[in-house]
Design a binder for this molecule. Structure first.
Ligand code: NAD
Length: 495
């Protein structure tokens, strides 16, 4: 483990103050910002806040590279993506440890995320060769309409810290497959995973300038990408507040996909398999410490199952381990990524308890010296919740879930839809009428029934209402990276 740890810290040291511009890692000239290990508060390194000149260098490099990358044969782009996927998979453990060090999730979970990124590279490689257009019938003889797909241009990707590999990767893979070039601005908390991905792009011989990574504050460097006239599309994942700000502040008309916050409900109907529902609730409420946009935040349980559900979910939550994710790769929960989501979790819990919720499990940080300097919290279940409580109406982004009973399905639908968000919703039911009623009535971009994995690579993934616009994944996700050009040809045959 010591050799392993040395290699890990050497990798981080090599990325100290680094930016990835025009195919090269270079030391940034701007202010240094510390990056902390959330499990113990130690500073693991610094990033450079990219200066306006460095932003311009990266965007200009991407703009130049677009001219050739967009004209490469699809097969060439597919091969590059396959090489990238192979390199990432081969180094998954090391990349996972980098992620754990900056983000806190246990190494095994981080490794799963890195391997899913590798899978995404292969998925998009295959899609790259299947980008066709359409021939549209005309109502006059002698004409033919073709709809041609052309890559948009330079993509500015702005990403959050909760899935530092996948949320960068989906945008990167779609850009590479479509023929776009990309400038990535990762979250301040998790820059090293993005820089490690950039190193893999260089190893995979992806041409200089096609992929660039700039570090720094969102309000400065992220905003500079939004403002830059050469950036043709913003692909943003993050909070609804920042997504709205980006939409409102963008000074030019440009394409945007905004994958934003959630406040996701689970409905456990009277016909549900209780144990399966508990298992699903446990996984989707507490994985990654609940720091998931599609985390289950609130659960509505038919009154006939209510007390049994609460008892089982509470016991299962109490059985989960919370540990330093680098030392204990198989822990259920690691450290939360920073003090901010931890404080919000505590605030939502205090609010719920003050307004009459019943504490069923957790409710505090784990005890012991090893937890003293990190951002740890036990998985927490509160019952008898109402919509006067923040836990039921706002995204907590922490290991806290609220539970409430319902008597009639219509009431469950009304409660589940009582939110400005519309990202993901979950249902456990065995009765076909209940399943159909809920899947139709839930006003969400994703509805998972008798499972809690709402996103798969080849189906569209996106939110509605304040959860965003646009899609990632699937054919729909890839089409977000294209213009459609209508070519109307008068060939005169049959005139
Ligand atoms: P955030 O909105 O604070 O930050 C996201 C990114 O935006 C960061 O890189 C940040 O530096 C940047 N940013 C901040 N201000 C900016 C500005 N003015 N202009 C341009 N960029 C700016 O979000 P976060 O705290 O990092 O992540 C948590 C949020 O992300 C949660 O709300 C979660 O639900 C959401 N999220 C959504 C999805 C999804 O697919 N819908 C997935 C993961 C996370």
């Amino acid at each position: 483990m010591n050799n392993n740890k040395n290699a890990l810290f050497e990798s981080i040291a090599a990325l100290e103050g680094a930016l990835f511009i025009d195919g090269q890692l270079r030391k940034g000239t701007g202010e240094r910002l510390p990056v902390e290990n959330p499990a113990n508060g130690q500073v693991i390194g610094h990033i450079a806040a990219a200066t306006p000149d460095e932003v311009n260098d990266a965007v200009s490099a991407a703009h130049r590279a677009f001219q050739t990358w967009s004209r490469e044969l699809p097969r060439t782009r597919a091969d590059a993506l396959h090489r990238l996927g192979d390199l990432i998979a081969a180094d998954a453990l090391h990349m996972a440890q980098i992620m754990t060090l900056e983000q806190g999730k246990p190494v095994n979970e981080a490794k799963g995320e890195v391997l899913k990124l590798a899978e995404a590279c292969h998925f998009y490689a295959e899609e790259a060769t299947r980008i066709h257009g359409e021939i549209i019938p005309n109502d006059q003889p002698g004409f033919q309409s073709m709809v041609v797909r052309e890559p948009i241009g330079v993509v500015g990707a702005i990403t959050p810290w909760n899935y530092p590999a996948e949320l960068v990767g989906w945008k990167l893979c779609a850009s590479l497959a479509s023929g776009c070039s990309i400038v990535i601005k990762p979250a301040e908390l998790t820059p090293y995973t993005a820089l490690a991905i950039a190193q893999k792009c260089a190893e995979a011989d992806i041409p200089a300038g096609v992929v660039n990574v700039l570090t720094g504050k969102g309000s400065v460097v992220g905003q500079a990408l939004v403002d830059h006239p050469y950036v043709a599309k913003i692909a943003f994942t993050g909070s609804s507040a920042v997504g709205l700000h980006i939409q409102q502040s963008c000074p030019q008309v440009k394409r945007m996909s905004l994958e934003l916050g959630g406040n996701c409900p689970l409905v456990v109907a009277a016909s549900a398999d209780l144990d399966a529902a508990v298992k699903g609730a446990l996984r989707r409420s507490f994985r990654n410490c609940g720091q998931i946009c599609i985390a289950i935040n609130r659960i509505y349980v038919h009154r006939s199952l209510y007390e049994a559900f609460i008892g089982k979910l509470g016991a299962a939550a109490d059985g989960l381990s919370v540990q330093n994710g680098l030392e204990f790769p198989a822990a259920d929960l690691g450290a939360m990524a920073s003090a901010e989501p931890l404080n919000k979790t505590r605030a939502h819990l205090a609010d719920a308890l003050e307004k009459g919720a019943r504490l069923v499990a957790g409710g505090k940080a784990p005890e012991g010296n090893e937890y003293a300097k990190g951002h740890f919290f036990r998985p927490t279940v509160v019952a008898d919740c109402t919509h006067r409580m923040l836990v039921m109406t706002e995204e907590t982004f922490g290991p806290l879930v609220g539970v409430a009973p319902f008597d009639h399905l219509a009431e469950a639908v009304e409660l589940a839809n009582d939110t400005p968000y519309g990202l993901a919703s979950y249902v456990y039911a065995r009765d076909l009428t209940e399943i159909h009623t809920l899947s139709t009535a839930l006003d969400y971009g994703n509805v998972a029934i008798n499972n809690v994995d709402a996103g798969i690579m080849n189906a569209p993934y996106g939110g509605r209402k304040q959860s965003g616009v646009g899609y990632e994944h699937g054919r729909e996700g890839l089409l977000e990276y294209f213009h459609f050009k209508h070519v109307r040809l008068h060939h005169g045959v049959g005139n």
